[in-house]
Design a protein around this ligand. Structure first.
Ligand code: UDP
Length: 479
């Protein structure tokens, strides 16, 4: 049997305060026809990284809504997870192909895990590439299978993609975070765009009073009355921790008492993280004002929450990114962000909300310095960011989108139109860039090859116009 991840109990009604009564009432409506449905979320790790973060919050809420939801993980050793990390990197565009031996390792472990999948489900949602081959190796049965891809696969390594895509042919749907992330020649019949979301009630995002925040960070060694900038990320080259240190070194010339915290987690499925950790240690050991913290030294959800609240600026200097939950987490706490202009980050900081998007170390340093010198302006930007997160990136919206998808995949009739962002149902107008539901009469429009497309914002329209073909991979004729 595959290992089940234990989650606590949650109550959807408790989300009315943070997400609004309408959002909660809508979820109850959407869940009604799906009560009792057996649903499995399957991924590779119970902690570390955005997928685990979402499932820990989502699975108990799905149960509270009446679905028989489980969360299970596949198992493997370091050999397997080195291969899956190489696949992850290749799907994000890294040039290194897989050796024949690595393909064999992937399939050997996938076959083993496929045999361990014993229970029957109505829907299985497979997250990311690690468990992707299980459908083929287990057999589809009567189950509907959905592949939920959280990374930017718009320009994958062709050789690795050519190997993996064969295992996608039988999936009933593939879901991506952004319209532009769908890979070329995807064999899946149905493609959906559903951006991820944060849980406003989780220990990571719940309200903390300022005394607690100060106490928690003081206890682990931060000087709470001195300026502080932080990056919270897995230790991964795509998150550019060394670029963060370089930017901090530039800012330090003007703000000598500045502290930098690099808060990173070691995920079970990410053996590369130790190597990156050692690089960070050697780049920072001569400077006592750089603090490196990990989940292994006791920095957990409450500490991350406190960092995101107390920092003057939070940096997310990613070079490649799936969504970047940390950006929404930070903006929810009304702390300004300086972040790489990549993946799902611009979606969370549209039209200047939340802080600044940057393309280089120098620009990152310049914006951080500006925010340190202009805290009032920074707070105002962050407050706009929180507003955007509340409208679009809370868990209630994500669950609503997914319930619609489940109902639709199982052939249930779509729910009637509601005034909350949604994607993925036949006939609904949606923004092909960010997947948000749009009301055609209020949306920004643009014509391309005699079809009219609708956008939630001028930022999305601009991105679309720069390269429409990127986004058309995930639009349907009836969209
Ligand atoms: N995270 C954490 N502790 C850490 C580093 C990261 O709890 O030391 C969490 C972070 O708060 C966020 C998730 O891991 O919820 C990272 O998700 P994101 O989408 O930003 O990136 P991913 O790791 O999925 O690429």
């Amino acid at each position: 049997m595959l290992e089940t991840v234990d989650v606590g109990r949650e109550c959807i009604d408790c989300y009315a305060a943070s997400a609004g009564h309408d959002a909660v009432a809508q979820l109850a409506e959407l869940a009604k026809p799906l009560r009792g449905m057996r649903l499995l979320h399957l991924n590779a790790t119970p902690y570390g990284g955005g997928v685990a973060e979402i499932l820990r919050s989502e699975v108990p809420l799905l149960r509270d809504l009446g679905l028989a939801a489980d969360w299970k993980i596949i198992t493997g050793d370091e050999t397997f997870f080195r291969v899956t990390k190489a696949i992850h990197n290749a799907l994000q565009g890294a040039v290194r192909p897989l050796t024949p031996q690595e393909r064999e390792t992937y399939l050997t472990y996938s076959t083993r895990n496929a045999k361990l999948l014993e229970e029957e489900y109505d829907i299985i949602v497979v997250h990311d590439p690690q468990p992707l081959a299980l459908l083929e190796l287990h057999g589809k049965g009567r189950t509907k299978w959905i592949w939920r891809c959280h990374i930017d696969t718009s320009d994958p390594n062709p050789e690795v993609w050519g190997f993996l895509r064969l295992y996608l042919a039988q999936y009933d749907a593939a879901v991506f975070t952004l319209g532009g992330f769908a890979p070329p020649e995807l064999p899946t019949a149905r493609i959906e765009i559903i951006p991820p979301a944060i849980d406003p009630e989780s220990p990571k995002n719940m309200e903390l009073d300022s005394n607690t925040v100060r106490r928690v960070l003081q206890w682990i060694g931060v000087e709470v009355d001195r300026p502080l900038v932080t990056q919270v990320s897995r230790f991964d080259p795509w998150k550019d921790p060394l670029g963060v240190i370089a930017a901090y070194n530039l800012v330090k010339h003007d703000v000598p008492d500045l502290q930098l915290a690099l808060v990173g987690s070691m995920a079970l499925d990410d053996p590369e993280s130790w190597e990156i950790y050692h690089h960070i240690q050697s780049a920072s050991k001569s400077d006592p004002n750089i603090h490196v913290f990990t989940n292994l030294t006791g920095v957990g959800n409450i500490e991350v929450n406190a960092f995101q609240r107390l920092s003057d600026v939070v940096i997310q200097k990613s070079i490649r990114e799936g969504f970047g939950l940390v950006v929404s987490e930070t903006l929810w706490k009304e702390t300004p962000v300086v972040a790489g202009r990549t993946g799902g980050i611009p979606l969370q900081m549209q039209e200047g909300a939340g802080g600044f998007l940057v393309d280089s170390v120098e620009e990152c340093a310049e914006r951080v310095l500006w925010l340190l010198r202009n805290p009032e302006e920074g707070k105002a930007l962050a407050a706009q960011g929180r507003k955007l997160v509340r409208e679009r990136f809370l868990l209630t919206r994500l669950i609503a989108d997914e319930l619609r998808l489940y109902a639709s995949v199982l052939g249930e009739p779509p729910q009637r139109e509601q005034a909350v962002a949604r994607v993925g149902l036949t006939g609904e107008a949606r923004d092909p860039v960010c997947g948000m539901h749009v009301l055609p009469r209020k949306a920004i429009t643009s014509e391309y090859e005699s079809r009219v497309y609708h956008f939630c914002s001028s930022a999305c329209a601009k991105l679309f116009k720069e390269d429409p073909s990127r986004f058309l991979r995930s639009t349907r004729d009836d969209a």
